[in-house]
Design a protein around this ligand. Structure first.
Ligand code: GTR
Length: 329
């Protein structure tokens, strides 16, 4: 009898132990690390936080997206490699940064491709956008969501008034073959560098200029070391949140859907912040002494014409997608 009682107590204890540990496991949230290059108060980072808030709310805290802003986890290229390996769960980057892995993205970042932001969003939210998300999977990525990033302008240490003024200038570009090709099409010397190295490259004269949107021109303080900006608006490059396929494959179908939906629902908030900050940034750099050259429509046409050799070099599949994009009305 005594042995039986001891046995019973042990069984009950064991059941108790397993119940606690399994419920503890169930209580422990799934933590997904998201890497972001921008500072905490930048519109894109705030968009990441909104995405994280929605994921937490909709999973009752079962899934937590932790945002690591300000390059805490590294520069974009290194981070993307880590996402591919599954060491970092997600990252918000420019599609340029991913395009050296997913080359099909080139069709989405060609110069003078979209008529305006509304056109770009129609493309991203439609079947063409869904298709390119699918094309991330063979490279071990999951397309999670898009964010707004406005349009990009050249800014230089010496004033550029016409497209031909760019000839021979050393221009920093993102580490992406298409961006190298774009600057070369203009007769300039492309210098691919990580984002965080651009300020000192401009300061020390390693490069004569760079290109980015108004918010980044301000937040990086590049305006201090390259005070001439020309409003040529050569590209409109969406931001993307990419996930690690290795990590996403371990999530349930339902959780994946919640995450993707949260990324979509965070977009209007991010666009609103973006549009407001774009104006603030433009005003701020003007006040801080940047010299802004407004391109005339005629000069803009010259910029567009100068990009033609870049289009001519693109593979037929890229041009086919670019044409589909142009035809979205
Ligand atoms: C910014 C973008 C960053 C980064 C950067 C760059 O506009 O938000 O993710 O790609 O440009 O030029 O490297």
């Amino acid at each position: 009898m005594k042995t039986f009682l001891t046995f019973l107590v042990m069984v009950l204890l064991a059941i108790g132990f397993f119940m606690t540990s399994s419920s503890e496991a169930a209580d422990k949230p799934i933590v997904l690390k998201l890497a972001e290059t921008h500072p905490q108060d930048y519109p894109t980072t705030k968009g990441d936080y909104e995405f994280a808030r929605l994921v937490k709310e909709r999973t009752n805290g079962r899934i937590i997206v932790e945002v690591y802003h300000s390059k805490q986890l590294g520069e974009e290229r290194a981070v993307i490699e880590q996402v591919q390996l599954g060491a970092i769960d997600m990252t918000r980057v420019s599609i340029s940064a991913v395009s050296s892995f997913v080359r099909d993205l080139d069709a989405f970042q060609l110069p003078y491709l979209y008529r305006d932001a509304a056109h770009m969003w129609k493309v991203l939210n439609g079947p063409i956008g869904a298709e390119i998300f699918k094309k991330h999977e063979p490279f071990n990525f999951v397309g999670v969501g898009w964010f707004e990033a406005g349009s990009r302008n050249f800014y230089t240490k010496k004033q550029v008034k016409t497209v031909s003024d760019l000839k021979g200038m050393k221009i920093r570009v993102q580490q992406a073959p298409l961006m190298v090709g774009m600057v070369e099409a203009l007769g300039a010397v492309a210098t691919p560098l990580p984002f965080g190295e651009v300020y000192s490259a401009l300061q020390t004269g390693v490069v004569d200029g760079a290109e980015n949107n108004w918010p980044s021109y301000l937040s990086t303080s590049h305006y201090e070391v390259a005070k001439y900006l020309i409003t040529d608006e050569h590209t409109r490059i969406p931001e993307i949140t990419v996930g690690s396929k290795k990590v996403f494959d371990k999530l349930s179908k339902e959780d994946r859907a919640i995450i993707l939906k949260a990324a979509k629902d965070a977009v209007p908030y991010q666009i609103k912040l973006w549009n407001d900050f774009e104006k603030v940034a433009e005003k701020a750099v003007r006040e801080k002494g940047s010299v802004i050259t407004e391109v005339t429509p005629k000069e803009k046409t010259k910029f567009m014409d100068a990009m033609k050799p870049l289009y001519d070099k693109q593979p037929a599949e890229i041009l086919a997608v670019a044409n589909k994009i142009r035809n979205v009305k």
